[in-house]
Design a protein around this ligand. Sequence first.
Ligand SMILES: [Zn+2]
Ligand SMILES: [Zn+2]
Length: 112
Amino acid sequence: MHFRKRYGESRMDSCPFCGKPATSKNPQGVPACIAHRKLMLDGLRCACGSFLEVMAGKWGAYCRCPKCGNVNFKRAVEMNPQLLKQPATEQPKVPEKKKEIVIRSDELHLYY
Ligand SMILES: [Zn+2]
Ligand SMILES: [Zn+2]
């Protein structure tokens, strides 16, 4: 029997704001994608109404409520949907459909 040991921890965190793979971290140590890495999680509120403290743990970010204790980070974000409405640094790519460039050659003649 050949038992292969899994190498390292390749568990990829997902960005709490958009769900993309979190390849970076925000200043609070929360895994985030590159577009949202500068987004701070301020003013998170627990279901009980208390403010949550964002903690960066070994297994990723989590929140701490003074009343309820540790709160799952994703749940905390779900309870605070207003955070997702903050403008992202990344601008959405808008496909350009206007490729028609109209140059009327007869107008150019007016300058001569
Ligand atoms: Zn993101
Ligand atoms: Zn609470």
